[in-house]
Design a protein around this ligand. Structure first.
Ligand code: AMP
Length: 283
């Protein structure tokens, strides 16, 4: 496995693999790799002949008040995990490599970014869509792997690839959780023991919501109120949003008909966490 820092080098390696007839799999990450990331990486290794993992804490998706400086970084541990998983190349550029001068060209995905995290983090998806476009142009993968944990991000990237005719397939992999239900996140490292207990309320509320739906509840207001009630049990839980949306348009819905995305964002202490469940009544 090679760890490369320059665009030139990663392009050379991918070109050689492509000329040898290999399919190229790509997993973009911000590092601090955990089992959630590893499930995407394992999927890529199983499905593709040549796998690149990018590790880049992308400054353009953080607002000035957010945790860009504190975001966990551990390239050595990440490299060991990738090597063991059978990754071929880690692309770990510095910010200067990705943004050598002031960036004035942005990819703005409209509508599907207008709700959920796009409301509370107004420049977030512009940063994500732009960096993913740059990374796709650098790596030119056949398949890129994203996690359902960041459900809106997966919707936005899929839509961008479709709208802009980008020549790759987006594969979305299920959310990996701790045994007790907490969705794995690099930001879980920030939580104290007490906060971690309270963070569990998010998954508890979502699972409760899922069973209410199984028992026939279809009214989104009722479901949201119940999630609210459960999250309110946490003294350090500060709700950002609880929403039930259409899985394609990301617009709020009032009644659950067939498919829906139930999404929660909350700060636990100073740590912003997100989680979601997909409902599919057609199954
Ligand atoms: P990040 O490093 O947070 O930017 O995440 C990189 C990729 O890993 C994204 O596609 C995430 O959706 C995915 N990911 C993060 N956490 C999980 C998880 N718990 N389960 C599955 N995928 C995840």
């Amino acid at each position: 496995m090679e760890v490369v820092k320059t665009i030139k080098k990663v392009r050379e390696l991918v070109d050689t693999a492509r000329k040898a007839g290999k399919t190229i799999g790509f997993v973009p990450t911000m590092g601090a790799l955990h089992a959630g990331h590893m499930s995407l990486i394992n999927n890529a290794v199983n499905r593709c002949d040549f796998v690149i993992v990018s590790i880049f804490v992308n400054p353009t998706q953080f607002a000035p008040s957010e945790d860009f400086d504190q975001y966990p970084r551990d390239l050595e541990a990440d490299s060991a995990k990738c090597k063991q998983a059978g990754v071929d190349v880690i692309f770990a550029p510095d910010a200067d490599q990705m943004y050598p001068c002031e960036n004035v060209s942005w990819v703005n995905v409209e509508k599907v970014t207008a709700n959920l995290c796009g409301l509370s983090r107004p420049t977030f998806f512009r940063g994500v869509a732009t960096v993913c476009t740059k990374l796709f142009n650098i790596v030119r993968p056949d398949v890129a792997f994203f996690g359902q944990k960041d459900a809106q991000q997966a919707i936005v990237i899929k839509r961008m690839v479709q709208d802009l005719n980008m020549p790759l397939t987006i594969e979305v992999c299920p959310t990996v959780r701790e045994k007790d239900g907490l969705a794995l996140s690099s930001r879980n490292q920030y939580l104290s023991q007490e906060q971690r207990k309270e963070a569990l309320l998010i998954n508890k509320a979502l699972k409760n919501c899922e069973s209410m739906i199984q028992f026939g509840e279809r009214n989104c207001k009722t479901l949201i109120n119940k999630i609210h009630e459960i999250l309110d049990q946490g003294k350090q839980v500060d709700i950002d949003y609880i929403k039930i949306v259409d899985i394609e348009t990301v617009e709020d819905i009032e009644q659950i008909a067939q498919k829906a995305l139930i999404a929660v964002a909350a700060k636990v202490g100073n740590t912003r966490l997100i989680d979601n469940i997909m409902i599919d009544l057609t199954e």
